[in-house]
Design a protein around this ligand. Structure first.
Ligand code: HEM
Length: 193
């Protein structure tokens, strides 16, 4: 394993990485599924929307904790064998994840807050914790249209997230099977590659 990189991420960084990854995949799949449900399944749709909001806010909180951890704990250096442009691309993709992981839930929160239903349907995370709606939309005339427009932005951000996940997965597999430089193993909880 030439130029192998043996320094690992901290257990906290590894735990947050995989917890957010699992929640994120579920959130993306669940988001498209609930959105596509027909009106006849209004009850299920409503329940799934409540869960979507709850998990979305959870992802936002976990991301803020992760960002705090990242800013106070140095990540292991990338292997020397990587070209400068590859290192820049990796750093850019990682920054892109943080931007999307904050922007996506914030956009979702704006969708719900702008909706004309915001006043009559309060949000309770996991049915228990009251979660406020953002107060920017009080005087807006057509809140329905505005909420739809923000929902489109939320959807585009979800597509951008899927593209980034595919890129990230591809890069991880390239490190593991082509470069064989141990980069994937640094983020795996059990396997030391
Ligand atoms: C990382 C977090 C999140 C991800 C990955 C995510 C992903 C998605 C996806 C894929 C959709 C379906 C888009 C479509 O088919 O148009 C969706 C819809 C939706 N999301 Fe999120 N979401 C997240 C966070 C949130 C949060 C925090 C809220 C609210 C507090 C929220 C509220 C909504 C709503 C209301 C819709 C339905 C929009 C509509 O009916 O047009 N999302 N989300």
């Amino acid at each position: 394993m030439a130029g192998a990189s043996t320094e690992r991420y901290t257990p906290v960084a590894i735990a947050l990485h995989w917890l957010i990854a699992i929640l994120l995949v579920g959130q993306l799949a669940g988001g498209f599924y609930m959105h596509g449900l027909p009106k006849e399944q209004a009850e299920l749709k409503f329940e799934l929307y409540q869960l979507h909001k709850s998990f979305g806010v959870t992802i936002l909180f976990l991301t803020l904790i992760r960002l705090g951890w990242r800013l106070t704990h140095r990540a292991p250096a990338l292997p020397d064998a990587m070209a400068a442009w590859e290192k820049a691309a990796a750093r850019g993709a990682h920054a892109g994840f943080y931007v999307l992981l904050v922007a996506l839930p914030l956009a979702g929160w704006l969708v719900v807050s702008a909706s004309p239903l915001a006043d009559s349907v309060p949000t309770y995370l996991f049915g228990v914790i009251p979660w406020p709606h953002l107060p920017f939309f009080e005087g807006v005339e057509d809140r329905r249209a505005l909420s739809h427009e923000i929902a489109e932005i939320h959807e585009y951000l979800a597509f951008a997230m899927i593209a980034l996940i595919v890129l990230h997965l591809g890069a991880a597999l390239k490190h593991q099977f082509i470069n064989r430089d141990g980069v994937l193993g640094r983020m795996l909880p059990f396997l030391k590659v």
